[in-house]
Design a protein around this ligand. Sequence first.
Ligand code: ATP
Ligand code: MG
Length: 333
Amino acid sequence: MSKQIVVSGIRPTGNLHLGNYFGAVRSFLKMQEDYNCYFFIADIHSLTTHPTPGDLQSGVKQVLAEYLACGIDPEKATIFIQSDVTEVVELYTFLNMNAYLGELERTTSFKDKARSNPENVNAGLLTYPVLMAADIIIHKAEYVPVGKDQEQNLEMARKFAGRFNRMYNCELFPIPQPFTFDGGDMIKIPGLDGSGKMGKSEGNGIFLYEDPKEIRKKVMRAVTDAGPTEPNSKKAEPVENLFKLLKIMSQPDVVAHFDAAYNDCSIRYGDLKNQLAEDIVTFTSPIRERILEILKDDVYLGKVARMGAEKARESAQATLKEVKALIGFKRLF
Ligand code: ATP
Ligand code: MG
């Protein structure tokens, strides 16, 4: 039986942070063993924020090196750069003809971005979920490992895939499902500035590539409150966030220790932060060292990118051929 297909991407708008790792990359590592995986660097998507050519290039190189340093294996998974497979832009154009202004305007990510950057509400931002749908369905993906923040975009991809199938009376595209690392709900890694999500645009990332000193500084600056005064009280959001991260990064007995200290009001947030910072540094340090090594090897990076592009293009071309025949772009004369 052929392997089930998985597609997921990350925008090269900055270094990979813990949110990217635990929301997506960790699933990639698991899935590359048993699935036919396509992991890409979403450089076309990143153009919505107008990077300079230099920043775009260095961002792509950095994320490629970071993917590899995390353990994504180019022999097992297809790792490619989105703009190397231009077929996706063709499919995006076709899907756009059946994507409606109302539904695109209603997506939360569009509304958020339009609100936070009212001077840059471009059409690419509006049709972002359409390009994302094209990325996914062009390889006929069945699973998409992404974090909770992408839930609605994935829902849109499901909608566009189903709409195409119905419109052309076919079953060309599988309806992609979310994949989560532990089979539970989609995950959202919080920021330590009291905000709900760690993200590159949010400016609150703790990066895999980051210097340990900087990581310690960031964790020590994490927002908290004055501390509990009543036993077993509910944690305020910033403190809850700190605990969420601790659960991801630290051993269960460490979490249990601080939980108990919170509940009997003896907690010192400084101790918790120290522990969290050390556990993050222990996790990121070996990855950081590998990133530094890989970044020195342009020949290897080039080889990986070319190999991935070739494999991804082959898959994309095959789908696009079917799409065009279904639409009616057949030469009959
Ligand atoms: P940007 O601010 O440019 O959107 P980002 O930090 O949100 O960047 P993306 O490139 O949008 O990162 O997302 C890449 C992957 O990482 C997606 O699968 C996304 O769901 C996941 N991801 C990003 N942030 C988080 C987070 N805080 N928790 C869980 N998953 C996350
Ligand atoms: Mg994002």
